[in-house]
Design a protein. Structure first.
Length: 310
């Protein structure tokens, strides 16, 4: 029996190992854009779960001419792999720029009622995410990158390179779509991919993407440990005296948990640090404006979260 191409074997092994370690009893779907990463993932998942119904979910954002044709072609290739393919047409709207709006629409369409949805993020994507977090000073959660499992999302290919998924598609006779946005320097990620990372690889003599991915994994372990300690905190999370006894990294996590539990919809590292300053850097300052029309204040030795007055 002929052995599969090494790139095909690598992608299949990554998917098999991932699925061996997770509970996929609710079913498995694969998000497919038509690009090499998601097509290679779809092919590997079809192989690993042969005999099981696996859905391919193809999102058509409708943002480019011919997007419907691209989505239909991706679905057709997935059906050829033995997957039950479905095209999801979405409307991209809302603030935050076209990338953020498209991401919101995509994830809303893909989110299942049960089971896992596998995403084709690779080691290269992880490296870009870590660099973006470093450049923006977004804190350890951002630098920790994407999790392999963040239900309902699964990312089996975080240890696989983009070059490998491209080679796997070629070996399998798959025809990936090449998104023109992936070469447009107007997008920050594209410049990281085409300019910054290659320069770092040259200056540091290779291995940068892998090193960034390892850094992300190490930080995730640290974050998980500190989050567990924050969850186990038995004091009053709004009591300034109790919070003041904690080390800064742990205190900020307790504050973050309190803010989220109290109804704050979105939090950045700068938001948490600003609220933390009400505890550790108190000088009688005013409240901290947060998303959701909320403001955090300090009064009578306690943190308070109130609606923002117009």
């Amino acid at each position: 029996m002929n052995r599969p191409d090494p790139a095909v074997s690598e992608v299949r092994t990554a998917v098999r190992r991932f699925l061996d370690e997770v509970d996929a009893s609710g079913g498995v779907a694969v998000a497919v854009s038509g690009g090499a990463d998601s097509l290679a993932l779809a092919a590997a998942t079809a192989h690993v779960l042969k005999g099981t119904t696996v859905r391919a979910l193809v999102v058509d954002h409708g943002l480019q001419a011919g997007s419907a044709r691209v989505a239909d072609r991706a679905a057709e290739q997935c059906r050829g792999l033995g997957l039950a393919a479905e095209v999801l047409r979405v409307v991209v709207e809302g603030g935050g720029g076209p990338e953020a709006a498209a991401r919101r629409a995509r994830y809303a369409a893909l989110r299942p009622s049960d089971g896992l949805v596998l995403l084709g993020h690779t080691r290269d994507d992880q490296a870009e995410t870590v660099l973006l977090g470093l450049g923006r000073g977004s804190g350890p959660r951002s630098i920790a990158g994407m999790r392999p499992l963040d239900r309902p999302w699964g990312r089996p290919l975080l240890g696989v390179t983009r070059a490998t998924t491209t080679a796997a598609c070629a070996a399998l006779g798959l025809d990936p779509w090449h998104d023109p946005h992936n070469t447009d320097p107007a997008y920050t990620r594209v410049r990281l991919r085409t300019e910054v990372l290659p320069l770092l690889e040259d200056v540091l003599q290779g291995g940068v993407a892998a090193a960034l991915a390892r850094t992300a994994a190490q930080l995730r372990d640290d974050n998980d440990a500190l989050d567990a300690l924050a969850e186990a905190f038995e004091g009053d999370p709004a009591d300034v005296a109790s919070l003041g006894e904690l080390p800064p990294a742990l205190r900020r996590r307790v504050i973050r948990r309190w803010l989220l539990a109290s109804g704050t919809p979105e939090l950045s590292d700068s938001h948490v640090r600003a609220v933390d300053a009400l505890v550790a850097g108190w000088r009688g300052q005013g409240g901290v404006w947060l998303s959701g029309g909320l403001v955090a204040r300090r009064a009578h030795g306690r943190l308070k979260l109130d609606p923002r007055q117009s």
